[in-house]
Ligand binder design. Structure first.
Ligand code: SIN
Ligand code: MN
Length: 204
């Protein structure tokens, strides 16, 4: 593991190829129960370039009404499917936090998709880190400090990599500058999947 900035820990190759394949298979079931949707920016309604779905008790959604967590899919109204076991294990091993994750956001990036610098701050509990797993094409991840406009560092997230940001970096600005098309053979049609696990509510 490599601490790329205080509180930002990169675990290259944390999932082996067989586990990555098993996770993709599990996520195909997730997407059958909870189809990918295109989130929209608050107020303006401008569509994101990534498509999203969720698993776990709560899912993160965004539309004209704002960013929020909710227990149901915004289009089907159905509860989110359970998190695959591989994700529960990843959280238990890497989060260093005694309570389970409640939400896993699944982002799908086509070759042209990206995500601007933002903070993950819609959770009521910032004691737990944010834990991300990457699958498929490499993403160029950028992370900075807790104020916009500061110094940033970038790291390539390859298929199977885990990355957590917590403690002093829990509210760090982060985003994806670009996806490197053709850099992985995991997803037959290419693209990148990022899974972001989070604790949302404060434990009792
Ligand atoms: C996110 O911040 O929601 C996604 C980050 C990533 O795709 O690695
Ligand atoms: Mn984020």
């Amino acid at each position: 593991m490599i601490e790329i900035a205080p509180g930002v820990v990169h675990h290259p190759g944390w999932l082996d190829r067989a586990t990555q394949e098993a996770l993709v298979t599990a996520l195909r079931e997730t997407a059958k129960a909870a189809p990918f949707f295109t989130p929209r920016m608050p107020r303006t309604g401008k569509p994101f370039s990534v498509r999203m779905t969720n698993c776990g008790a709560l899912g993160w959604v965004s539309d004209e009404k704002g960013y929020r967590y909710q227990p149901t899919h915004p289009e089907t109204g159905a509860p989110w499917p359970a998190m695959p076991d591989i994700l529960l294990r990843a959280w238990a091993e890497l989060a260093g936090y005694p309570h389970p994750a409640e939400a896993c956001l699944v982002n799908f990036y086509e070759a042209s998709a990206k995500m601007g610098l933002h903070q993950d701050r819609d959770e009521a509990d910032f004691d737990a880190p944010v834990l991300s797993l990457s699958l498929g094409d490499t993403g160029v991840f950028r992370v900075g400090g807790t104020t916009r406009g500061g110094k940033t560092v970038s790291v390539k997230l390859q298929s199977g990599d885990a990355l957590s940001f917590g403690g002093p970096a829990r509210l760090a600005f982060h985003g994806i500058d670009r996806v490197i098309a053709g850099s992985s053979t995991l997803l037959p049609s290419g693209g990148r999947i990022n899974l972001t696990m989070r604790r949302v509510t404060k434990p009792e």
